[in-house]
Structures are given as C-alpha cells and as structure tokens.
Design a protein around this ligand. Structure first.
Ligand SMILES: [Zn+2]
Length: 466
C-alpha cells in the first residue's frame, strides 16, 4: 500500500535476536525497504543517509580483503550520495566475488564522541543484507594495531567491540534497501578516532554474497539530532491544520507541532498550494479503477535530516531544510512528495503477482516533471543548458528525467506521462512501452532529445554573443 517504505523491521535492544543483538547499552536498529524503494533511502526508524556527518571528512581504508573491481572505491561510502537503482555496482562498495568480505577502517582524524554509526546498502537479492562486526578505538593503547588483518583479534590490539550487526532474516525476502543505525542509550557509543568494520558475506551458496554498501555515516553529538527510535509523543501544543478539498473528499493534515515557527507559513502559503495541487495531481495521473488516497498527512519533523520523504500517505519534511527554503524550493518539494502519494506504485504487487518494478529514475522523474514543468515552469528549475548538457541522460532521475519526459510529451505524445504512470501503478512498466507509445525505443528518444538540447544550447549561445 505504501509507495516508498513497504515495511520495516525494527528491533530495539535484546529480545528480537533474529534481527538484532545488543551489547551493553548499544542499540542496533535495522530497517528494510522492498523493491519500490527510491533513492531517498527513507526508513521508518533509521535516519536517511546524511551528507553532513563526520564520515564525510574521514578516511576509509581497506585493511584486509579485496574490493571488487566492478564496484566503486571506498570513497563511495562517504560521498554523501546513494545509488538511484537497486543494482548499481559502481555506486556501491563491495568486496570481491567469491571472498568472505574483509575489513574496513574509518579514520575520523581525531578522537570524537561517536553518537551513531549508520550503514546503508541496496541490492535486489542476497547482497542487500548487512553482516558486520563494528569495533572502535581511540588509538592510544600501546598494543594498538591500526590495521589488524583477519586472523588478528581486534580485541587483542586496542579495539573495543561496539556491535555485531546482521540484517539477514529467516524466511523473508532479503533484497531491498537495508538501513542500520547503531546507537547507545547514553547518547554516545564512546570516544573513538578509528572504527573498524569486519564485514562478512551474507551467503556462500554462490560467489555473490558480498553486500553492496552504499553509504556509511558517522554522527557526532554536535551533528543535528537524529531520532533513531520511534519518535516520542510531541510535547507542547499540537498544531495541526486540516485542508479540506472538494467538500471533504480529500483531507490533508499539515502538522507543524514540532516546528511551530512554520505554522503561519503553512497556513498562509502551503495550504493554498496543497488545496489546489493535490486534486490536480490526482486528475493528471488517473488509471482504471484507481482512487487516490483521500487522507494524507504532511508532518514537519524537527529531527529529520535531508529534505522530505513519503511513505504511503504520510509525507515527512525536514523542518530545518524548509526553514531555509520558504522563499525557494519549499512548496515545490511538497508538490513532488504529493505526486509520490498519488503514484502509489507499491500497490501493484499486492494485486499483481507478476508486477514489474518501476525504475527509481522514472518514479522520481514523474514527480519532478509535474513539479518543475507544470507547477512551477516559471522557475525554470529543470532546464538543461550548455553548462550541464553532459549530464543529460533519460534515466538521470529527478529533474533530468523530468526534462526528458517534458520533451517526450511535447514532441511525441502529450499523454505519455499519464500512460507511463498507469503502467507503473499496475506493475506493467517495461522499457518496451516507450516504443509502443512513440514508435521509437527509449535509447533513440534519448539521442533525439540530446540533439534537440544541443541545438537549443547552441542557439542560445549564438544569441547571447550577438
Ligand atoms: Zn521523490
């Protein structure tokens, strides 16, 4: 039923040993999103990947084991970027096929209080789950070995075991996005300069058991607070406004309880946009027998990082980001999320056992097409000019794909987005649809589109030099 997070396994402390093991005060929270996950990496109880964590400046080193040449280097673990597809080797780090993982060291540069270690992976099969032991060290012990290879017990050379992570689950599908957050009830895991991940393969039945790690975040207490557990009851006054649309046919609740300073902006500026655009989006994206969600909530969260994310009919917004964008991208970002609510692509699998997966770039591209070309065309936010021409590819996701969809609907088929959406929602998206709708395979459309962009860029250059 949900479009982004289909379900999540949450294991808090001891008790659910199949999913998590806890050491002393350490808490391991893990979550999994299935195939409809998008590159937003939204999890129920695990923070989304961060760009601003301290690992972004840390040095990652392989101290044992061999990286797989088909993957990206260890820098993929801290670049603040996550894959846009479920099977994108080059956007992940993983150990070589046929081997049993290896050891990775993270050097934070100096000893700091480590509040959280969050790890993310994404793969449709057995390379999705994560199995690793996490150690930490301040590097001060006389016996300290900064690069203990397999066979050397880290506990014997200055390291402390922080957690043993295993997100495999008996009898459940393993593929999808896995997110793990290691925290401590005291607020800090300890003071460490070095972290060591002893990474194991998830299975040995075939050579492809090494996890596709997408990102590793290390959060210190001075980073913005991230809620790793279920959010507690809000304190203070509850601030919820209900937007009634078409005499109550749709009701959208906007909750600014955690960000009271946004209440006035929400009622003055956001409410009219939501009221006008939710039914418009519903009308733009119809399909046989489909009724869009009638109850939707938009919640501004004090602790969320990133921008916004949608899970079924619930839109969560990072209050911090919105505060800085009230005159900029704030409303457009909500329009994007409302498209996710209406897309509802997760429903295909509940009604169609043979449902195909709609690629993430198209899911996001449709949202950004409606946002940038229909909601705020005046902002020209998805223009491709001479400057960013080399980034143009139909599956570039977000506003790049949006530009392609705009071009395809102007040039080939005015109804193409409506048709692609209906196919995606019914679980029958395939690449062949492009040829069916336009008479040309998508690769050919891609070349045509790029040629048109080039021509336009050249014309603009000539014009500006006149
Ligand atoms: Zn999105």
């Amino acid at each position: 039923m949900k479009s982004h997070v289909c379900w999540a396994v949450v294991a808090l402390s001891a008790g659910l040993s199949a999913v998590s093991v806890s050491y002393a005060e350490v808490r391991i929270t893990s979550a999994r999103n299935d195939g409809s996950a998008t590159s937003e990496f939204l999890f129920e109880n695990v923070p989304s990947p961060s760009r601003s964590d301290v690992a972004a400046q840390a040095r990652f080193t392989v101290v044992d084991g061999r990286p797989d040449g088909n993957g990206g280097g260890v820098e993929k673990l801290s670049d603040g970027k996550v894959p846009t597809e479920e099977d994108q080797p080059a956007e992940n780090f993983f150990f070589r096929a046929g081997t049993d993982g290896g050891r990775l060291r993270v050097d934070l540069g100096r000893a700091i209080d480590v509040k959280q270690v969050n790890t993310y992976s994404w793969h449709p099969g057995s390379r999705g789950p994560q199995v690793y032991d996490l150690y930490g060290s301040d590097g001060k012990a006389d016996s300290f070995d900064a690069a203990p290879r397999r066979g050397v017990d880290p506990l014997a050379c200055g390291w402390k075991l922080i957690a043993k992570v295993d997100t495999r689950s008996e009898g459940r599908p393993e593929g999808g996005q896995h997110g793990v957050s290691v925290t401590d009830s005291n607020g800090t895991l300890g003071t460490y300069q070095y972290l060591l991940l002893d990474v194991f393969r998830t299975e040995a039945a075939d050579p492809f058991g090494n996890t596709f790690y997408s990102e590793i975040d290390v959060v210190d207490p001075s980073s913005p607070v991230v809620a790793a557990g279920p959010a507690g009851e809000p304190t203070g006054e509850i601030r919820r406004q209900v937007v009634e649309i078409e005499a109550g046919k749709y009701q959208i609740t906007i909750d600014t309880t955690e960000a009271p300073d946004l209440t006035k902006w929400a009622s003055d500026e956001l409410t009219p946009v939501v009221k006008r655009w939710y039914p418009k989006i519903v009308a733009m994206l119809p399909s046989d027998g489909y009724a869009a969600p009638a109850r939707v909530s938009i919640t501004f969260s004090a602790n969320m990082q990133g921008v916004a994310a949608t899970s079924g009919t619930r839109v969560r917004c990072a209050a911090q980001w919105f505060r800085g964008q009230l005159q900029g991208e704030a409303k457009g970002a909500i329009v994007h999320e409302l498209v996710h609510v209406v897309q509802n692509y997760g429903r295909a699998r509940s009604s169609n056992p043979n449902a195909t997966r709609t690629p993430g770039w198209l899911v996001e591209g449709i949202c950004d097409y409606i946002r940038w070309f229909l909601y705020e065309p005046h902002s020209r936010g998805a223009e491709i000019s001479a400057r960013n021409l080399d980034r143009a590819r139909y599956d570039g996701s977000y506003r790049i794909t949006a530009n392609f969809l705009h071009w395809a609907s102007e040039t080939h088929d005015k109804e193409i987005v409506r048709k692609l959406n209906a196919a995606a929602r019914e679980g029958r998206y395939t690449e062949d649809l492009w040829a069916e709708y336009t008479g040309k395979p998508v690769q050919e459309l891609d070349s045509e589109w790029k040629a048109a962009l080039k021509e336009k860029a050249a014309a603009e250059a000539a014009h500006s030099h006149r």
